[in-house]
Design a binder for this molecule. Structure first.
Ligand code: S3P
Length: 207
């Protein structure tokens, strides 16, 4: 089976790319919010590279996320996540989808604020649950009551996600509609946000 070709860049998205300058677009939000599926399409529309921080972590650890949680524990996963996101932010501007816990880390949040425009894909509980229950690849939800876990994560994380530069409601609409909503919201906000800070030290340099 062949993968359908991505849609060509669209003019509004290309104008947004110009105004983005040296900043990344960083998608934050809970598991199931649609960061990866929206991020991929947003990047294609803007002619930017797309990267998913979970995939980058898996590549550098040569293990899946569930394997990392099982063999090294969550604290080591978080340390790896912090390092990988710092590296991605030191690369040329791209669309970065982050794992749901990444923006909760103060250091990562500060780096994202300095180098990127953050966009929270905010979703209601039923939308999140419908999406995450399709797969069993999220260690935090492998328990008897994943819905209660998700609710607790919403309570804890939504006030922090709200610090993102832009918020877009993630709904059960076709992907193109979501991408258009994201491009519109970013286009409205972009000129009111600070430019990228001077290039940060790479994780190796700052070690
Ligand atoms: C996590 C979210 C996951 C992944 C890990 C932990 C979290 O990423 O990083 O399972 O703490 O919310 P997605 O948000 O892409 O599912």
């Amino acid at each position: 089976m062949t993968t359908p070709a991505p849609p060509p860049p669209d003019p509004e998205a290309l104008a947004l790319k110009d105004r983005l300058g040296a900043r990344h677009i960083v998608l934050v939000g809970l598991m199931g919010a649609g960061k990866t599926s929206v991020g991929k399409r947003l990047a294609a529309a803007m002619g930017l590279n797309f990267v998913d921080s979970d995939h980058a972590i898996e590549e550098s650890a040569r293990m899946t996320i569930p394997e990392i949680f099982a063999s090294r524990g969550e604290a080591e996963f978080r340390a790896g996540e912090r390092k990988v996101i710092a590296r991605l932010l030191s690369e040329p501007p791209q669309v970065i989808a982050t794992g749901g816990g990444a923006f909760m880390d103060e250091e990562t949040r500060a780096r994202i604020k300095a180098q990127g425009v953050s966009l929270w894909l905010k979703a209601e509980l039923p939308v999140l649950m419908k999406r995450v229950m399709r797969r069993n690849n999220r260690p935090l939800l492998q328990n008897d009551d994943p819905e209660a876990t998700m609710r607790a994560l919403m309570d804890k994380r939504y006030p922090v996600y709200a610090e993102a530069d832009v918020t877009v409601l993630s709904e059960e609409t076709p992907h193109e509609v979501m991408v258009k909503a994201v491009i519109d919201a970013l286009s409205q906000a972009i000129d009111h946000l600070p430019p990228a800070a001077p290039a940060p030290l790479s994780p190796e340099e700052s070690a």
